[in-house]
Design a protein around this ligand. Structure first.
Ligand code: FPP
Length: 248
């Protein structure tokens, strides 16, 4: 592994935490235990990300499609998020972490809405890493809500349609003000984005690791960051890396 001091660190890492259910099944355990172990890994991952100097860490905790799961599993995931915020908020705040939540909150129960809002408000002035929790999040839904916001601005005379461009739409997304993810990681071997940050992923590096989320250790995270450091990001332009550094 290269020296952490000299490798480019992604400013924003987003993670699709997949495989909790399969991790549990492989051990003859109920799926809920996979999710519980998953929360422990969330804690370790936040710590590793902070120590690595990552500015934004986005975690896909509940998708707008997860409502298709059995009610008991949905309740478990909601319960785990609430417990995480209640238990870990003080520690995250003390560590100067800012919390932001993306996703559709309008359809959530008032108690969870209040909890998420309180977590955001209490940590809003923090200047360390931003932990972005994607909850009841779906990228197509996010883009549609952004379009609706712009349409409302047009209808109410605050915006002319000719002013609508990529920057305007970007600024109407839940992620307004955040940098796009430099790196998106998905665990469990599945190789797709599953409606996660579709707009923001335009130039993201994608990394798929075979391990289930409960097995995503700090060592594995650091090895993924190492692999990221060797990628040649061009954003449609030309390489600025020497040929040897990109394996040619
Ligand atoms: C995917 O595994 C994981 C989820 C749908 C939920 C992820 C949630 C957590 C790790 C806990 C809550 C999060 C926070 C931030 C406190 P899966 O159930 O789809 O696994 P499978 O594909 O093996 O069935």
């Amino acid at each position: 592994m290269s020296n952490p001091a000299d490798r480019p660190v992604p400013q924003h890492v987003a993670i699709i935490m997949d495989g909790n259910g399969r991790w549990a099944n492989a051990r003859g355990l109920p799926r809920t235990l996979g999710h519980r172990k998953g929360v422990e890994v969330v804690r370790d991952t936040v710590k590793t990300a902070r120590e690595a100097g990552i500015g934004y860490l986005t975690l896909f905790a509940f998708s707008s499609e997860n409502w298709r799961r059995p009610q008991a599993e949905i309740s478990e995931l909601f319960g785990l998020l609430k417990a995480f915020v209640r238990r870990d908020l003080a520690e995250l705040h003390a560590a100067n972490v800012r919390i932001r939540v993306i996703g559709d909150r309008v359809t959530l129960q008032p108690d969870i809405r209040t909890l998420l809002l309180e977590a955001e408000e209490r940590t809003a002035a923090n200047s360390g890493m931003t932990l972005v929790i994607a909850f009841n999040y779906g990228a197509r839904d996010e883009i549609a809500r952004a379009a609706a916001r712009l349409a409302l601005d047009v209808r109410e005379g605050r915006l002319d349609p000719s002013e609508i461009d990529a920057e305007k739409l970007n600024g109407s997304l839940d992620t307004a003000g955040m940098p796009d993810p430099d790196l998106i990681i998905r665990t469990s071997g599945e190789e797709r984005l599953s409606n996660f940050l579709l707009w923001q992923a335009a130039y993201s590096e994608l990394m798929f690791v075979p391990d289930f989320w409960p097995d995503f250790s700090a060592e594995l995270f650091l090895s993924v960051l190492d692999r990221y450091a060797s990628r040649d990001r061009r954003f449609g332009g030309l390489s600025t890396k020497p040929m040897a550094a990109v394996g040619l």
